[in-house]
Design a protein around this ligand. Structure first.
Ligand code: UDP
Ligand code: MG
Length: 149
C-alpha cells in the first residue's frame, strides 16, 4: 500500500474539471484518503517545487500554483505512486497519451492540470507540506475489495 500527493492545479479547478479528475482516480481503483480545496501559500509552493528553484520557469510556476484555489489530495492504494503518474500522463501534454488526464484535457506544460509525486521520498515530503497527519483518513478499507488487503 502506498500513498501519494496529488494536486488539481488552479487551471483544472478554474476549468471545472475537479469532478472529472477525481472520477478518473476513483475509477482506476485508488482511494482518496484526504481532500481539500484551498489557495496554496507561496512558501508551501516554493517548498513543494524546491528542486526547481534555479530553473527559469520557477517564478511563473510558483505564481501560477498560488494564483487561485487548487485541490490537494492524499491518494492511496497498491502502487499508488506509479499508477497516479500514469493516470496523469507525460509532463508535456504534447507527449501525453490519449486516455491520460493530460493527454485528454491539457495542451501545454505550464497548464498541465495535475500534479502527482514522482517517488516515495517525494510523496512523503509533499504530503507533509500540504497535510497534517490528523487530516488523513484512517478509516478501514472495504473488506475483500482489493487483492492486496
Ligand atoms: N514546468 C513548466 N515548464 C517546464 C517544466 C515544468 O512550467 O519547462 C512545470 C509544469 O507545470 C510541471 C511542473 O513544472 O508539471 C513540475 O515539473 P516536473 O518535471 O516535475 O513535471 P511533473 O512531475 O509535474 O510531471
Ligand atoms: Mg514532478
Amino acid at each position: 500500500m502506498e500513498r501519494t500527493y496529488v494536486m488539481i492545479k488552479p487551471d483544472g479547478v478554474q476549468r471545472g474539471l475537479v469532478g472529472e479528475i477525481i472520477a478518473r482516480i476513483e475509477r482506476r481503483g485508488l482511494k482518496i484518503a484526504a481532500l481539500r480545496m484551498n489557495v496554496i501559500d507561496v512558501d508551501s509552493a516554493k517548498q513543494h517545487y524546491r528542486e526547481y528553484t534555479e530553473k527559469p520557469f520557477f517564478g511563473s510556476l510558483v505564481s501560477f500554483i498560488t494564483s487561485g484555489p487548487s485541490v490537494s489530495m492524499v491518494v492511496e492504494g497498491k502502487d499508488a505512486i506509479p499508477i497516479m503518474r500514469a493516470v496523469n500522463g507525460a509532463t508535456n501534454p504534447v507527449e501525453a497519451l490519449p486516455g491520460t488526464i493530460r493527454g485528454d484535457l491539457a495542451i501545454e506544460t505550464g497548464r498541465n492540470v495535475v500534479h502527482a509525486s514522482d517517488s516515495s521520498e517525494a510523496a512523503e515530503r509533499e504530503i507533509k507540506i500540504h497535510f497534517d497527519d490528523s487530516e488523513i483518513s484512517k478509516y478501514s478499507r472495504i473488506d475483500n475489495l482489493w487483492l492486496y488487503e
